[in-house]
Design a binder for this molecule. Structure first.
Ligand code: KMH
Ligand code: ZN
Length: 272
């Protein structure tokens, strides 16, 4: 089986230090938390940025500072989010693309998101895909519901995304596709041949989904963006602790971890 790429989604846009004091906000905290996650076995960092009070940020200067600080400490693949936070404009969501990273996320459809709507109209998706393409960044397609896989395939046909595509199945968001082995199997069977895929189980689904995925040969995302708990009732002390638990599950099933160089090879990323 292919080596396992662990992505760590270190902060997201929704969770706060009130939910778990380990949620990083500042560029320094984000870099420190990313470094520890990489030491624990992560080879991709999925990155959002925050203002000092924890509210979601989009400013390119904050992305650039954070990416610079992470790179001073370690060399993971850094994936900026173009999902940002609910309510941001397309231009705001694309500011992270100016930070010189190798990857960026993009969602290929609209989905209810808790009590909100995470809006991705066809026009918005095409604009974001176009900007990612222009910058020669490798996209990761965030799949919150099954039809988004078909939308991504249509974008490949249109030439807005290039194959092979990397998919991220984010399962268990209230409003999106639920986290189950059946849904995971369906999605893994639905991606175009040659695609790579990764799974992020939300909340209590993080480790059950990781275990299924590790056995199926996919890749895994963990991190405080998606889940605040290490185990039932135990807050995760850090992003690294979540990565360590995913790495321990992989070890139990003899699945070796990909380091960042191996992850680049598996994803077809060549450095400029
Ligand atoms: N914050 C969510 C509304 C992504 O990073 O690409 C969207 C999100 C997806 O987190
Ligand atoms: Zn995200």
């Amino acid at each position: 089986m292919e080596k396992l790429i662990i992505t760590c989604a270190v902060t997201g846009a929704e969770v706060t230090k009130k939910d778990n004091p380990a949620v990083p906000y500042s560029p320094e905290e984000l870099a420190e938390s990313s470094f520890a996650a990489v030491k624990a076995g992560a080879s991709i960092i999925h990155l959002h940025v925050r203002h000092p009070d924890g509210t979601p940020a989009h400013q390119k200067a904050i992305f650039q500072e954070t990416v610079g600080l992470i790179r001073k400490k370690c060399d993971p693949i850094i994936m900026v989010s173009t999902g940002g936070a609910v309510g941001m404009t397309v231009d705001e969501r694309c500011e992270g693309l100016e930070a010189g990273t190798e990857m960026a996320s993009i969602t290929t459809g609209t989905v209810n998101f808790g009590k909100d709507v995470f809006l991705n109209s066809p026009d918005m998706i095409e604009k974001i895909a176009g900007k990612i393409r222009e910058k020669k960044i490798k996209p990761e397609i965030e799949i919150f519901d099954a039809g988004m896989v078909d939308n991504a395939a249509a974008l490949v046909k249109k030439g807005l995304l290039s194959a092979p595509v990397q998919f991220q199945f984010v399962l268990g968001v209230a409003g999106g596709l639920s986290a189950s082995a059946r849904n995971l199997t369906y999605l893994a069977d639905s991606v175009p041949p040659g695609s790579t895929w990764c799974v992020a189980g939300v909340g209590r689904h993080q480790f059950p989904m990781a275990a299924h995925t590790i056995l199926m040969g996919g890749h895994v995302r963990v991190g405080l963006e998606d889940n605040l708990y290490l185990r039932k009732g135990v807050l995760a002390p850090s992003n690294a602790a979540l990565v360590e638990r995913a790495a321990a599950i992989a070890k139990e099933f003899d699945r070796e971890l990909a380091d960042p160089a191996e992850a680049r090879r598996l994803l077809g990323i060549t450095r400029a």
